[in-house]
Ligand binder design. Structure first.
Ligand SMILES: Cc1ncc(COP(=O)(O)O)c(C=O)c1O
Length: 407
């Protein structure tokens, strides 16, 4: 019998299989802070793969706010929110976020993953139905699995399919159904049909949760997200937002009516049984919200950069459409730009060539995306220079041509 200290031959064999299939994942080391450029595995690269959409993770004011919070309030919260982990700073940020989202209440979680698992688990009730878009983020999928409710996956963006499923499955004697959707889809960059979803939910007495992870700071007045962009403030039961993407920190929140917030405090297991987010992350998020308010031009610059990259790719003959995604649902200002290449090894070959050229673009492969749709997922920041984006697109188009799909 080998000892654990000798390694795990069974797992090594499975990893080798992933390697052969072009699906093995590994970690690269970035010398912080992240930004439009960074040193990765010892080399300075242009980063076209972070979710730091507004360049706030490395912003001096945001970093100073994190440091101040650590000095004044400590490095960690010390326990979960319901024990002794609710600090004045948490309250301050929750008030700020409730104002930002216009919901009347908000509650913080340790990460977006935890927020989704918590809110779905708390609002989808045993004996009820939970409906989830086919391309929702993994954290929503896991929340749905854990909820114990009857699971319905509706076709991506297809509110008529959702309407049909609710009509045939929901009976008034059951608890209210729950519908969950990404606002901006994380791997495809398209926007959910929110007005139609709101209407379907109202018709069936269903609650609606929208995950704004990739929409906060990107869409809507003041960067308030896809719900605000669609003029639907007050029409959605809960908004999930992350602090770790455009807001440059880490952690997450659910913004909702105080009734819903109180329910989450009582029922969201990932809130109740997890240490509260630490003061530096909370301080950073407060600092980032202040920058977002004071500098709306960052969002405008981000959207212009995203539109520029799409236009340059089009001019270079590189397609950014995705099978099954309606091009009408793509907002050109959204900074997630997918380039579907098909086979996982082709996507890896192109990223390898781009790394050689000093550009870090991430390949996204199954199971994150459906089989046969391995892709490059370019993400743009407000802090990229237009000329470096133009140059990157030129190099990218060359790499894609060189790694052409077999005839
Ligand atoms: C749509 C969506 N929701 C939630 C999350 C999870 O957020 P976090 O990174 O804060 O855990 C992500 C992040 O990858 C995401 O893309």
């Amino acid at each position: 019998m080998s000892r654990p200290a000798d390694g795990d031959p069974a797992l090594r064999a499975q990893l080798a299989q992933l390697e052969r299939e072009g699906l093995r994942r590994s970690l690269r080391t970035v010398e912080g802070p992240v930004g439009p450029r960074a040193v990765v595995d010892g080399r300075e690269l242009l980063l076209l793969c972070t979710n730091d959409y507004l360049g706030l993770a490395g912003d001096a004011r945001v970093r100073a706010a994190a440091a101040r919070a650590a000095i004044d309030h400590g490095a960690g919260a010390g326990s979960s929110r319901l024990i002794a982990g609710t600090l004045r700073l948490h309250r301050e940020l929750e008030d700020e976020l409730a104002r930002f989202e216009g919901t009347g209440g908000a509650v913080l979680f340790g990460a977006g993953f935890l927020a989704n698992v918590g809110v779905v688990g708390a609002l989808a009730q045993r004996g009820g139905i939970v409906c989830s878009d086919a391309l929702n983020h993994a954290s929503i999928i896991d929340g749905v699995r854990l909820s114990g409710a009857e699971r319905v996956v509706y076709r991506h963006g297809d509110w008529e399919h959702l309407d049909h499923e609710l009509r045939i499955r929901h009976e008034t004697a059951r608890p209210a159904p729950l519908v969950v959707t990404d606002g901006v889809f994380s791997m495809d960059g398209d926007v959910a049909p929110l007005p139609e979803l709101v209407e379907v939910c109202r018709r069936h007495g269903a609650r609606l949760v929208v995950d704004e992870a990739h929409a906060t700071g990107v869409l809507g007045p003041g960067g308030r997200g896809s719900v605000a962009a669609a003029g639907l403030e007050g029409e959605v039961d809960a908004i999930v937002g992350t602090l770790g993407k455009a807001l440059g920190s880490s952690g997450a929140y659910v913004a909702a009516h105080p009734d819903v917030v109180a329910w989450l405090v009582n029922r969201a297991r990932s809130l109740i049984f997890s240490t509260a987010p630490g003061p530096p992350a909370i301080g950073a998020a407060l600092g980032a919200l202040e920058v977002l308010r004071a500098e709306p031009e960052r969002t405008a610059r981000l959207r212009a950069n995203a539109a520029l990259v799409r236009e340059e790719l089009r001019a270079a003959g590189v397609r950014t459409d995705v099978p099954g995604i309606d091009p009408g649902d793509v907002d050109p200002g959204v900074p997630i730009v997918p380039i579907v290449l098909g086979a996982a090894d082709r996507a890896m070959a192109v990223t390898g060539e781009l790394l050689e050229a000093g550009i870090y673009v991430q390949a996204i492969r199954p199971p994150t995306v459906p089989d046969g749709t391995s892709r490059l997922r370019l993400t743009v920041s407000s802090e990229h220079e237009p000329d470096e984006l133009r140059d990157a697109v030129r190099r990218l188009a060359t790499a894609i041509d060189r790694q052409a799909a077999p005839a």
